[in-house]
Design a binder for this molecule. Structure first.
Ligand SMILES: [Zn+2]
Length: 297
């Protein structure tokens, strides 16, 4: 089984930064965890893929959180991606599916809605956050997030995202690319890139045909103008754990925990990001209370 990864490159003597990724396996995992129907799978998959591309030049503890809040039935889509090539995320309503749109594609815009807000938080460790907001323009996600990069981060950017879903609901191919102008990039190079991207085959088709992320960039940029910088493995990975969940329960305090014991005879804590359930029995909750009591004395 081929692994998911992204490749980064520069082109035209450093005027262009280009990243391409295949995310088929991580999108499959995300969709399986959230039991999404095909249109929701495409929306989640595109956003997870964008997260990988956005986070591709992060370092250390830096992290991107992307929130798409449209007026469509899918509700909020939230993902976060870090410098380690890990991404996680969810859609508010995973049970959204519509017939294909006029182009024969999964109707992501109908699921997301065409009005609403994109909010992005770029967090640089604990001290400093950059927050940007732009309106949704199409609901197709790639256009919306490219518009965020252009208008909020002021970087001329082209973003392509594609998720191909099999009739059985499994992800056949998923990936994307991000092309950005570096400072000093001239208009002629930008226009040339825009023309090439307009005519390019859909990214999901290229990946489905067996092309690698490197091949994808080679279809957009002449090989002689392209310098590959390196690749990174990527995955769907959540940072939740039983230990962290226990710490969260402790924060609720004794009264709340006693209430849980009385009403639910235990606790079932659900992680939004990865849909993992952490179950705590009455006995385990009593133990947590005991630890809280001991701390107080
Ligand atoms: Zn989780």
């Amino acid at each position: 089984m081929k692994k998911d990864y992204f490749v980064s490159a520069i082109a035209f003597n450093g005027k262009i930064r280009a990243i391409a990724t295949s995310t088929t396996h991580l999108v499959q995992e995300g969709c399986q965890r959230h039991q999404t129907l095909p249109t929701a799978s495409a929306a989640l998959g595109r956003t997870l893929t964008a997260g990988i591309l956005f986070a591709s030049n992060l370092k250390g503890e830096e992290k991107y959180t992307v929130r798409i809040a449209g007026d469509g039935p899918i509700g909020e889509i939230v993902i976060d991606a870090n410098a380690f090539g890990q991404v996680r995320g969810y859609v508010h309503n995973s049970q959204v599916h519509f017939p294909a749109n006029a182009k024969g594609k999964l109707d992501v815009a109908r699921a997301v809605g065409t009005k609403g807000l994109i909010s992005v938080v770029k967090s640089f460790g604990s001290e400093y956050n950059f927050t940007g907001q732009t309106p949704i323009i199409s609901g197709e996600i790639a256009e919306d997030l490219a518009s965020y990069l252009v208008n909020s981060e002021q970087i001329p950017s082209a973003l392509a995202l594609g998720v191909l879903v099999n009739p059985d609901g499994r992800i056949a191919a998923s990936g994307g690319y991000l092309i950005q102008a570096m400072p000093g990039c001239d208009d002629a190079t930008l226009t040339q890139m825009e023309e090439v991207i307009k005519l390019a085959k859909p990214i999901s088709t290229l990946l489905f045909e067996g092309k690698t992320p490197e091949d994808v960039l080679k279809t957009l940029i002449p090989e002689k103008d392209l310098v590959f910088l390196g690749t990174k493995d990527i995955s769907f990975r959540c940072r939740c754990s039983r230990e962290r969940t226990e710490s969260t329960l402790k924060l609720l305090g004794k009264d709340e925990l006693l209430d849980m014991i009385k009403v639910q005879h235990g606790a079932d804590v659900h992680c939004n990001f990865c849909s993992e359930h952490y179950q705590f029995t009455e006995e385990e909750l009593k133990n947590i209370i005991l630890q809280l009591d001991q701390k107080q004395h």
